[in-house]
Each structure stands twice: as structure tokens, then as C-alpha cells.
Design a protein around this ligand. Structure first.
Ligand SMILES: *Cc1c(COP(=O)(O)O)cnc(C)c1O
Length: 475
């Protein structure tokens, strides 16, 4: 057994070291990957992939810029962006160089001495983040950033209740999951943190009522935890007065405002941090996803000096082994450099506007029977469909056209378009042309479907009413 594993690991190490695979190696790699997923990861994942793609065995192998390539050598335009990881693109040379240079000297830290990159990155974040945000704790993921932020809020306020929003997503570890809102993810694990209240998003009246009720009952809110734009919830953009109002209400009731910018941060919506659109200064800012430049897993949460003082006397009250490791910090420092130097926040805004306008005119002939809406801010864009079936068909069609998009986790009613901020106008046109083709195909398929149905009906529906019938059925 041991010698077999030695052999097997050596075989894989040889594969990793290779740039190009021959046809036999490709076939073997694809077959083995499918088998391994089936037998050792989760067969359900393959079923899920099937719903998005006829070629559900597409196995990814390499990436660069705004594209990735599967083992067969097919290049896909990445309009999913790893749910918001690839803001500076795939393997940006500058991020790659920083990480490789660091790797060639020291990979992880001793855990005991002072590591310079963590210090530098924290200082940079203090300069970059809004207002008084000054101290940073580094994490390995978004959910860890939220966990830490919740602990910090409890510690700083001495209060326990957390207010989060319906439609909000904050991660899936137990603490963050309590604040996440979708029943399908939460229900099997309830009760989790029992002191989380979910309120409707973009509703200041509901927030004030909840804060007032909690104050009345003595369950005072420690924090209001919100995504500036609901990402997983379907790219729901609040009205411009919402976040300023939330800030005011938090101050009135002594609750902290935690902005979960794991997805909206690092330039995605056209500003470095999304709350900057409304000049709102949160008490804690959570980062993850794109923070590691699409190369390293990295996250952080940043707070004011006042909030951090409770852990000055015991810096071990909240710790992590890998958070803030030198490779992750090198990646994050390079990422910030690239975002600023290449003006990618501004680019997200202008290119996002262009993309959204083109999407709007492309979907117009199919609205509302095939598509309800295209909306977005910067390059956080969503297409909304009347039902999940059409969403799946569009995703599937786009994948055949070598464009990756994705639903909002196991739901294709809303498809997210979240490409690297470096996506070219030419690539955007490719996406638009593909979408146009796919919509046309689906529209004609649906007409055919309807004609077939009408043949079996006693009174045939006149042709010019067909579209109308589809519409009423869907809505
Ligand atoms: C993805 C996401 C998280 C969770 O991040 P993980 O790295 O998957 O743990 C938390 N909050 C928001 C807003 C996210 O989009």
C-alpha cells in the first residue's frame, strides 16, 4: 500500500511539473479526476456540473489573464471570476513574482518572531481603508474574517446580538453561517449562534425597529453586519441613502457597523471598497476573495484603535496559524499595487458601465419573457431570469460558447457576471455575441416547444400570441 502511494504521488508530482500533457496523459487525467470526484470528493458535485454543462467533465488545468484553460486545451473567458477572486486577473505577473520571490526566501512564518510583510500590509491597509480603520487581523478566508469581526464586536461593545440581512451571505463556518441567511444552508445546523436577527435589506425602517426592540428588551445589538451589495443574494444594490442611514442608526443605538466586503472589496464595484460609494465609514471592514490577488488565499478584518484596545493586553485572545503568512501578505501587497497602478477600480467603473449597457440592449428583445433584468455596479453584474430553468439554459449555452458564468450558489435564477477587472473590451464583445446567440436559440426552442404543446390542445393558439403565452406562464 505504502509503495503504491509513493508511486502514485510521484506520478502526480511529475504531472504538476509538466507544462504540456500528451493525449494519453490528458485522457488519463480527465478520467481519473472524474473517478476521484465521484468516489472521494462528492458525486453530487458532478451532478451539479451536469446541469450547467453538457461537457461536465471539463477539468481545469491552467489560467492567465481573463481566461482559464481546460485539460483538453479549450480556453474559457472567465465571467465568474472565482465568485470574485480574480479582480487583478488570473496569475497577474506582478502578484506571481512577489509570491515566487517570497517563496524562494521564506514561505511561512515562525509564529513567534516579527514578520515584516504583515506589518507593512497592515500599515498600507490603514492608509487605504476609510476613516479611522487602523488595526488589521489577517485571515485565510472570508468566513474567518467575518468570524473575527463578530468576536471583535462582542468584545468591544460587551453586547451579544448581531443584526444581519435577509439575502445576506457571510460564509459557512458556524459563526458566520448564523449570519448567512439562506435556509437551505442554515437549517440543518440550527440552532447556531442564537442571537442573530435577520432583517430585510435596504429597509431603514426595519433596522430602526429592530434596534429599538433589542434596546427595549435588553438584547442590545453589538453590530449590524451587512454586505454593501448583496452578492450571493443576487446583486441587490441598495438605494443611495441606505448605508448612510444604517451608519446613523448604528451610532444612535450604539451598535457597530461591520461591512462585509469579502466580495465587493478590492475594486470590484468601481471603488477600492464599496462603502466608499456612499462615503460611509464602517467600524469593521471584512476582506477576503480578491485580497490575495487570485494567487493566495487571504483575508483580513480591519478596525479602529478603539475597537482593538481590548486585545492589546492579550494579543492571543484571537489567533490563527496561517493567517497573514508571508506568501499571503506578499500577494496582497502586490494586489493593492496592481489595483492602484493599473487604475483597476476606475476601470471596473467604466468597463462595468459599458458591459452593463451592452447587456441591457442585448436582453431588451427578450425582456421580460426570457430575462427580467440586468443590473450591476462596476463589474459586479447580474442577469435575472423568470425562473431557474432559463438561467440554467443560458449558463449552459454560454459554457458551450466557452464562457463561464455561474448562478448565485445552487440557484440559476440570477446569474452573476463577475469577470476580472482586466477583462478586455474585445472579450466583453465575445460575451455579448455569445449571449445574443444563446438567447436567440432558447427563444426559438421555446416557440417550438409551445407549438408542439398547442398541437395537442383542442383550440390551437394563434402564432402571434405564442410569445404572450410564454410570458404569462413564466411570470
Ligand atoms: C464568499 C463570501 C464570504 C465567505 O468567504 P469564504 O472565503 O468562502 O469563506 C463571506 N462574505 C461574502 C460577502 C462573500 O461573498
Amino acid at each position: 500500500m505504502k509503495s503504491a502511494i509513493t508511486q502514485q504521488t510521484q506520478h502526480i508530482l511529475n504531472l504538476i511539473a509538466k507544462r504540456d500533457l500528451n493525449d494519453d496523459e490528458k485522457k488519463q487525467l480527465i478520467d481519473e479526476t472524474v473517478d476521484n470526484f465521484n468516489a472521494y470528493i462528492n458525486p453530487g458535485f458532478l451532478q451539479y456540473r451536469k446541469s450547467f454543462s453538457p461537457d461536465y467533465v471539463a477539468v481545469e488545468w491552467a489560467d492567465s489573464g481573463s481566461t482559464f484553460t481546460c485539460v483538453k486545451g479549450i480556453e474559457y473567458i472567465d465571467c465568474l471570476g472565482g465568485y470574485g477572486i480574480y479582480n487583478v486577473g488570473h496569475r497577474h505577473p506582478k502578484v506571481l513574482k512577489a509570491v515566487t520571490d517570497q517563496l524562494n526566501r521564506q514561505a511561512l512564518h515562525s509564529q513567534e518572531l516579527l514578520d515584516p510583510l504583515r506589518g507593512y500590509l497592515a500599515k498600507i491597509l490603514a492608509d487605504l481603508a476609510p476613516g479611522n480603520l487602523k488595526y488589521t487581523f489577517f485571515t485565510n478566508s472570508g468566513t474567518e474574517s467575518v468570524e473575527g469581526a463578530l468576536k471583535m464586536a462582542m468584545l468591544a461593545t460587551g453586547r451579544r446580538t448581531i443584526i444581519a440581512s435577509v439575502g445576506g451571505f457571510h460564509g459557512k463556518s458556524l459563526g458566520s453561517l448564523s449570519a448567512t441567511s439562506k435556509a437551505v444552508f442554515r437549517k440543518p445546523f440550527l440552532p447556531s449562534l442564537h442571537n442573530v436577527r435577520h432583517i430585510p435589506f435596504n429597509d431603514l425602517h426595519a433596522l430602526e425597529q429592530t434596534l429599538a426592540c433589542l434596546q427595549f428588551t435588553g438584547d442590545d445589538a453589538a453590530a449590524v453586519l451587512l454586505e454593501p451589495i448583496l452578492g450571493e443574494g443576487g446583486v441587490i444594490i441598495p438605494s443611495d441613502d441606505y448605508f448612510p442611514g444604517v451608519r446613523r442608526l448604528c451610532d444612535k443605538y450604539g451598535a457597530l457597523l461591520i461591512a462585509d466586503e469579502v466580495q465587493t472589496g478590492m475594486g470590484r464595484t468601481g471603488k477600492m471598497f464599496c462603502v466608499e460609494h456612499w462615503n460611509v465609514e464602517p467600524d469593521i471592514l471584512c476582506l477576503g476573495k480578491a485580497f490575495g490577488g487570485g494567487i493566495m488565499p487571504a483575508g483580513a478584518f480591519i478596525g479602529s484603535e478603539k475597537l482593538w484596545t481590548p486585545i492589546f493586553s492579550n494579543p492571543f485572545l484571537h489567533t490563527t496559524t496561517f493567517g497573514g503568512n508571508p506568501l499571503a501578505c506578499a500577494a496582497a501587497i502586490a494586489t493593492i499595487n496592481v489595483l492602484l497602478e493599473e487604475r483597476l477600480c476606475e476601470r471596473a467603473q467604466t468597463v462595468g458601465d459599458i458591459f452593463l449597457n451592452k447587456l441591457k440592449s442585448t436582453i431588451k428583445p427578450y425582456t421580460p419573457h426570457l430575462i427580467l433584468d440586468a443590473r450591476g455596479k462596476g463589474l459586479l453584474i447580474a442577469l435575472e431570469f423568470p425562473d431557474t430553468d432559463i438561467g440554467f439554459r443560458v449558463s449552459k449555452g454560454l459554457f458551450q460558447e466557452k464562457i463561464l458564468v455561474a448562478g448565485t450558489l445552487i440557484n440559476a435564477k440570477t446569474i452573476r457576471i463577475e469577470p476580472p477587472l482586466t477583462i478586455t473590451l474585445e472579450q466583453i464583445d465575445n460575451v455579448i455575441n455569445a449571449l445574443s446567440k444563446v438567447l436567440k436559440e432558447i427563444a426559438s426552442e421555446m416557440k417550438v416547444q409551445l407549438i408542439n404543446e398547442s398541437i395537442t390542445k383542442p383550440t390551437p393558439i394563434p402564432m402571434n400570441n405564442l410569445q404572450q403565452t410564454v410570458l404569462s406562464r413564466q411570470l
